[in-house]
Design a protein around this ligand. Structure first.
Ligand SMILES: C[S@@+](CC[C@H](N)C(=O)[O-])C[C@H]1O[C@@H](n2cnc3c(N)ncnc32)[C@H](O)[C@@H]1O
Length: 202
């Protein structure tokens, strides 16, 4: 299928699809309306596990509904969140992605993050540079060898360019013997979202 060339969200999902297999563990750092969580579920299937974080109940409910419609098994933790077990299904966690390091049951093969605000939600509830970078550090440390982390940055909203700078700097700090890092940008639209993909070396 031909994709819109400059839609970087799709390229992020495609680059994860190259390394994620049915039965794998994957993570969505920003569940939002659940489109990325659904894309991960379609890769790992009923025998795999997707862990999805969001700080907004509204986002997790939208994600739950989308995944239930796709036939997924859902577990929803909102309060007093416990470390996860390895088990097939979708774990929806109402928690900041900065907590990823302590909760995962194994090394994920794919991790995705679509930063910014919830489309159709409150625009003030955006991802923030400090917690985003903390989540990316822990994601890189937990990622399986050969696994990939895809991050889409939105520079167009207030605070977005600053977050993009922090994320861009973070990826420059990854040593090239441990990670290959790719950046994809729309050259003739400076406010367009841009993508980073990091692959952990075996
Ligand atoms: C652009 S949306 C995500 C879109 C989503 N991936 C999709 O496919 O629909 C960004 C989401 O990040 C969430 N968010 C903001 N700060 C967060 C944090 N610290 N931890 C987890 N999620 C966060 C927002 O609530 C919002 O739902």
């Amino acid at each position: 299928m031909k994709h819109t060339l400059t839609r970087v969200v799709t390229w992020g999902q495609e680059l994860l699809a190259e390394v994620v297999q049915p039965g794998d563990l994957t993570v969505d750092l920003t569940a939002g309306n659940g489109q990325d969580t659904l894309a991960l579920y379609q890769l790992v299937g009923k025998t795999g596990q997707v862990v999805a974080f969001d700080i907004q109940t509204q986002a997790l409910l939208a994600t739950r509904d989308r995944l239930l419609a796709a036939g997924a098994q859902i577990r929803f933790q909102q309060h007093d969140i416990q470390p996860l077990q390895c088990q097939p299904g979708i774990d929806l966690l109402e928690l900041s992605h900065a907590e990823i390091g302590t909760l995962l049951p194994a090394a994920p093969q794919g991790i995705i993050a679509n930063l910014g605000y919830l489309p159709g939600g409150q625009r003030e509830l955006i991802t923030r540079p400090e917690s985003t970078v903390m989540a990316l550090e822990q994601s890189c440390s937990r990622l399986a060898a050969g696994g990939r982390l895809a991050v889409v940055v939105y520079p167009g909203h207030p605070g977005g360019a600053e977050e993009g700078g922090a994320v861009g700097h973070f990826f420059t700090t990854l040593h090239d013997t441990s990670f290959q890092v790719l950046q994809m940008k729309v050259s003739n639209r400076p406010q367009a979202p841009f993508l980073f993909v990091a692959e952990k070396q075996a």
